[in-house]
Write a protein that binds this ligand. Structure first.
Ligand SMILES: Nc1nc2c(ncn2[C@@H]2O[C@H](COP(=O)(O)OP(=O)(O)O)[C@@H](O)[C@H]2O)c(=O)[nH]1
Ligand SMILES: [Mg+2]
Length: 186
């Protein structure tokens, strides 16, 4: 936490197991700003540190290290204090693979977010890889789960494909909204 930049801008962060598509999603969100370099690795577990991407002078997106396979040993030490003590953190986006739905390992993050009461949003990644049938089944299952088992999860799911940019624009709008730039009421 000593190395986390002291930014006063509103912030949103992206959390999820290694390989779920966090870096790719951030890259897709920045597709209109090609100078922003987001590294996407072929090897899972590549992002070991938090990476802060400033969106002009407006807000910051944070790519968190993945949990699970090849997670850095200090994952909890790094992530928990950040989530708990970052006053400018407006929302956490928890990424779940659309093809497999919520896995045991995802529950670790869900339990942590629920326990600390940190508002989060579920993003379903890689929807281009899931068949319509599997997608429908997983969406229904996850919606039920959110309704029955969670307190601080936003009820709307955001399905995306970072490869084909599906769902990216609406997610950009939602992020702009939670960062305080797209008020819903006039
Ligand atoms: N087909 C497809 N592959 C994706 C998508 N998003 C990520 N990937 C692939 O999944 C792998 C892990 O992605 P990455 O963004 O590095 O995951 P991270 O470990 O969560 O940051 C990479 O090989 C990506 O190319 C997507 O929307 N569709
Ligand atoms: Mg990554």
């Amino acid at each position: 936490m000593d190395h986390v930049p002291q930014l006063s801008l509103p912030e949103v962060c992206f959390l999820g197991r290694s390989n779920v598509g966090k870096s790719s999603l951030i890259k897709a969100l920045f597709s209109l700003a090609p100078d922003v370099e987001v590294r996407v690795s072929k090897n899972p577990g590549h992002t070991k540190k938090m990476n802060f991407f400033k969106v002009g002078k407006f807000f910051t997106l944070v790519d968190m290290p993945g949990f699970g396979y090849r997670a850095p040993k200090d994952f909890a030490e790094m992530v928990e204090p950040y989530l708990n003590h970052r006053p400018n953190l407006q929302r956490t986006f928890l990424l779940v693979d659309a093809q497999v739905g919520i896995q045991e390992i995802d529950n670790i993050a869900i339990e942590m977010l629920e326990e600390f009461g940190i508002p989060y949003v579920l993003v379903l990644t890689k929807i281009d890889k899931a068949s319509k049938r599997v997608m429908a089944m997983n969406v229904l299952k996850i919606q039920d789960f959110v309704k029955e088992k969670t307190q601080v999860c936003f009820p709307q799911l955001f399905p995306v494909s970072s490869l084909y940019y599906s769902g990216i624009h609406i997610l950009r709008c939602f992020i702009a909204h939670v960062a305080g730039y797209l008020p819903l009421s006039s």
